[in-house]
Ligand binder design. Structure first.
Ligand code: IMP
Length: 426
């Protein structure tokens, strides 16, 4: 296959960074198509740990073209901090292309994100407070600022003046401090100068690469269950992290998207609020949280933990066209006596196999489980499926049976080398 979309098949944090980094070793182009610095991709190699937020995971390889596509909302200040952090650690030789149609995140977006969360009280979404929702809202409301306008100081001056006028009225009505045009303009035109050399029409670049047969990896952020349209609304992010969203978010034809690799933890986690049927509140949850280091990369919040939910996984498969699976953090399950996988829900006495549209219903579903025996053997150095303990093999085969999708990659530790490839991908 020539192009592959990597999507999170749960509520984010599935380990997409590791898979993207693994596949990026053979990719020509790596693309981030949506979201912004609400994402946090942790990559470990050669005993070094890198936490990427908005920059694509191919940045470590000088041969790879890294694209930040039009569907993203980019915080210029944070992007430059991230870039400077990489440069300081010796990552100086890279290729980066930023879409002139992507939108920017400005300080008033972050202020509004925090304020809305506060106003909502116990109905809060649990956002990352990075201004993502307000930035996408401005885009839809046609008062967003695009990168192409941002890097032209005259145009930026004009659009910022118009936009800030409206935003300051909004902030005033909400009783929040307003922002000074001069302060934002002076600070951000400096950032714009530094970002300008990377800016281009990435839709043209991607079409040219796809046409000539380059291997293009579309790196997802968040997960299908956090999709604005198909996730557990309103407890979702403000973009669509599905395979279907990639053509729109990158400006390419849908026919270029054929293969979708769903990244799935061997269990389930969620940060932020919203229904989570298989959530555990017991010692097992604490065991998995500590062993799997289940704390947010961006916000450090402890993640909610639960059993693997194959209803949610099947929903993600259907919505996103997942035709290969990568099972992540499999080693975390070692040492657990009995494991459970949710295969269906019960709602009002009926067995259902999909996600109800309303949170009223979704918060009332009861998970139905298959119980499996666990394994005690260390699996972190295993290199083939056949070497895995029989019970570990059974767990994986059960996931394949419940989803009808083959497992192509299996992760048994954080390092790039601790990856077993079961099916050919790129
Ligand atoms: P926002 O994207 O900051 O608006 O947050 C909306 C919801 O998406 C919250 O529940 C966040 O915790 C969640 N979220 C956003 N980005 C990520 C991510 O990269 N991983 C996991 N959850 C995320």
């Amino acid at each position: 296959m020539k192009s592959i979309v990597v999507v999170g098949s749960q509520w984010g944090d599935e380990g997409k960074g590791k898979v993207t980094d693994y596949l990026a070793q053979v990719a020509d182009v790596v693309v981030r198509s949506q979201g912004g610095n609400n994402a946090g991709h942790t990559i470990l190699f050669d005993n070094q740990k890198f936490a990427l937020r908005s920059i694509p995971s191919g940045i470590f390889n000088p041969q790879i073209k890294n694209v930040m596509a039009n569907g993203m909302v980019i915080n210029p200040k944070q992007m430059l901090e991230e870039l400077d952090g990489l440069i300081a650690r010796g990552i100086t030789n890279f290729q980066l292309f930023v879409s002139n149609r992507a939108h920017i995140v400005l300080p008033y977006h972050e202020a509004l994100d925090g304020a809305f969360e506060q106003f909502k009280g116990d109905k809060k979404i649990g956002t990352t407070k990075r201004g993502i929702g307000p930035a996408y809202a401005d885009k839809a409301n046609r008062i967003g600022i695009r990168i192409g306008d941002f890097v032209n100081p005259h145009v930026f001056k004009e659009v910022l003046a118009e936009t800030l006028n409206i935003k300051n009225m909004e902030l005033k009505m909400l009783g929040l401090p307003q922002f000074s045009f001069a302060e934002i303009y002076n600070e951000y035109t400096e950032y714009a100068k530094r970002i300008a050399p990377y800016v281009c029409d990435t839709s043209l670049l991607l079409e040219a690469e796809l046409k000539k047969g380059s291997k293009v990896l579309f790196e997802g952020a968040q997960g299908v269950m956090l999709c604005l349209d198909h996730g557990t609304y309103p407890y979702v992010t403000s973009s669509s992290p599905t395979g279907a969203s990639v053509p729109l978010n990158c400006g390419i034809a849908p026919s270029y998207i054929q293969d979708v690799l769903g990244i799935c933890k061997a269990y389930t986690t969620r940060v932020g609020e919203g229904p989570f049927p298989t959530e555990l509140h017991n010692d097992l949850a604490d065991y998995i949280r500590e062993k799997g280091h289940e704390y947010g990369t961006v916000t450090q919040r402890p993640r909610r933990v639960g059993y693997l939910d194959c209803v949610a996984l099947n929903y993600a498969r259907r919505i996103s066209g997942i035709n290969h699976l990568a099972i992540m953090l499999f080693d975390v399950l070692t040492g657990i006596e009995k494991l459970k996988i949710c295969y269906a829900y019960e709602l009002d006495g009926q067995v259902i196999n999909t996600i109800p549209a309303t949170n009223y219903d979704y918060s009332r579903v009861k998970p139905l489980y298959i119980e499996l025996d666990g394994w005690q053997e260390d699996i972190t150095k295993v290199t083939t499926f056949a070497e895995l303990p029989a019970n570990a093999q059974k767990y994986l085969r059960t996931i394949e049976e419940l989803t009808g999708v083959k497992i192509a990659l299996l992760s048994i530790g954080p390092d790039r080398k601790q990856t077993i490839q079961l099916e050919e991908l790129f």
